[in-house]
Write a protein that binds this ligand. Sequence first.
Ligand code: C5P
Length: 401
Amino acid sequence: MADIARKKVVLGVTGGIAAYKAADLVRELLRNGIEVQVVMTEAARGLVAPATFQALSGKPVFTDMWDARAADNMAHIELSRGKDAIVVAPATAGFIAKLANGLADDLLSSLCLARECPLILAPAMNRQMWDNPATRRNIDQLLRDGAAILGPASGDQACGEVGMGRMLEAREIAEAVTTFLAPKSLRGARVLITAGPTFEAIDAVRGITNQSSGKMGYAAARAALEAGARVILISGPTSLAAPAGVQRVDVVSARDMFNAVKKHVVNADIFISVAAVADYHVVNPSRQKIKKTASRLKLDLAPNPDILAWVASRPRPPFCVGFAAESEHLHRYAEAKRRSKKLPLLAANLAPQAIGSDDNELTLFDDQGAHKLPRALKEVIARQLVAHIAKLYGTKKTRKL
Ligand code: C5P
């Protein structure tokens, strides 16, 4: 399991309308393997009931400075000890002003002042409050003091106005927090990833493709980014959004993907080939839509280049990671594939179960043997995969020296 699974945060909820989004944020953080202790201000309790957060986080919610449930009645110190960050979402203009001035008149502001861990704020307020010079000063001060500020975004506001001040969506905050907390095991490494299916045209509107959703490749891109890598994602046609910070290159056919890989692999330290690349393409696809007739139609198919095998056989290849979907004899076929393509690491899963689903189960094959990653969300599996890659890649670099 990647280290991220052991991360713990205090989630501070202050009294802004966006407090309702904090309930979703608890779920997103938990989904990313981060433990959440919710602390609410008195004003926030007027907007969302603590029971909601208690049920979602599985932990009692704190508001009072002198809550007898905290050890030595020192909730303002005790609750942030052993935590990896305090995340305040939503952070209202008033709460931001308090923090900027070191005021500690309730549990959450006292926790922030007494903390030993990083502080991450997701502001939420009316656009005029955000633009007010006092808020600008306070935000500048907090940035100088080392706080991380996420957002806000621009858009419709609860007050009916439109402008800057909207809290980021729960998923965006959770992603940023997860990235912030992830061990930087690939710091500075340049990672090239292929993902998704390819599409091989038959005529102007039809083609041959497969059921790959791209979820595993996109999760690998996110995990590599979280680990501090610079990531280029070469993607076949999918409906997924690339994580912010990843350079995405869109391709359609296997040969397009090959050209894009050739261009970008020159600067890559690590190549993760997750794409389900079509093995064949149609020779001379029709420019026009083929008309239906009563007679049989034959397609002339020619093999596509094996992109991964080409990369792995370059004179000084990047660290190459292959994927294999097998419907039987997983161990035998996967290890044979790893050897024939000369890969230091191959991740194998069972098809068709893995295709398109949100979770996955991988077995990693390397020189040391097989390592099973039990079924989990693809995001979680991807982090474990990246942790394994980082370990092997680190050893390889050390050996080279
Ligand atoms: O040989 P097989 O297609 O099962 O190998 C799967 C691995 O090879 C995957 O990592 C896939 O991305 C890669 N591959 C490729 N180019 C192809 C076919 C597969 O890069 N034409």
